[in-house]
Design a protein around this ligand. Sequence first.
Ligand code: HEM
Length: 367
Amino acid sequence: MFPTHPVEAVTHPDPYPYYAALARGRPLYREPALGLWIACHPDAIRAVMGHPAARVRPPAAPVPPALCPGPAGTLFGRFVRMNDSVPHARLKGLLTDFIREQEPHPQTTAWPDTGALTADAIDRYLAAAPVHAQAAHLGLPPGVYADCAADIGAFLSGLPDVSAGPKTAAAHAAAERLQSRLESHLEAPQTSPALRRLRVAGMRADLAPALLAANLAGLLFQSCEAGAGLLGNALILAGRRGMRGAVSDGQADALVDDVLRKDPPVHNTRRFLAAGIEVCGQRIEAGQTVLLVLAAAAMIEPEAHWTFGALGHACPGAGPARRHAAAALAHLLRAGADAVSLAARFRYRPLPNARVPQFDFSKEPSQ
Ligand code: HEM
């Protein structure tokens, strides 16, 4: 049975026939059940993304109100991902160059502990491994990878809170630690050549070190949830293909590439309209939100890597994301994870945009 709407599709067992039907039959429409406009065809998505009135954050809430005031709100507000126009343009080029210049294979990626390979340990590994890999790329010392992963986890957990509570307090504390850890790493005299170039380019562009450091934390943040989805969906694909035991690096690369095409980790993103716009013959008023269904666009353009977005806010981390997921998958399977059993029993985390499997849900009500 088809999902009832595109947000439900993210956690549906097989949403792809539905996405294909949407992209072909309903390129841009209003979904009353969600109170959102939905763009599904690549042309409609590009038209919205390319419009200057379509913003990555609601104009009245550039930072989630529950995070303000406080360190988590300050950190969030500094992320390139959460800004448009001038702040975005000044940072995006520098960060993209920096990501390209990073060593493709850092010497040490200390992977998170896989422990006894329980379902709970696998879930924790999926969330932590992408952050460990990105922390290694940033040149941080291996001793702080686990702290980075824990802090990103606490920061992420505070985001959906509508009213300030214990999770918000933990998010503030985590944000403060991330900001100061990345700031001292960026400023350290012995930091990597790529970071030194970033620092110099930042000075020339008149960008404060605090802003650059926040965006290094932003790279850890961006890696986490989507990276967990890519790694987890590749693990499931390995299991469905009956792959037992260790895999070669080539097999891990191929699994990750297949997942990016056939079962991608990010299914949609949003744009918030600061003014009314006309797209594909439809008028969408100011204040409306448009859900851009990337996974539907991929049904029409399967080789366009829609899961990494497009145009101005396209993901600059696609290269490292693929390499890190393949390396983390190979490590997990070498450590003895039983992909076949894992693929036989899991659900998806109830997230509105990312498809991230969860293997331990014994303590939670089923969906
Ligand atoms: C499987 C892994 C990943 C997926 C599927 C993914 C997907 C995306 C998507 C869809 C966007 C655009 C969102 C939008 O337009 O609303 C985005 C933005 C971004 N991603 Fe990724 N991402 C992944 C991993 C990474 C990694 C590893 C990094 C860091 C090296 C990274 C850094 C960023 C940054 C900085 C942005 C903001 C770009 C901007 O606003 O201009 N991502 N990502």
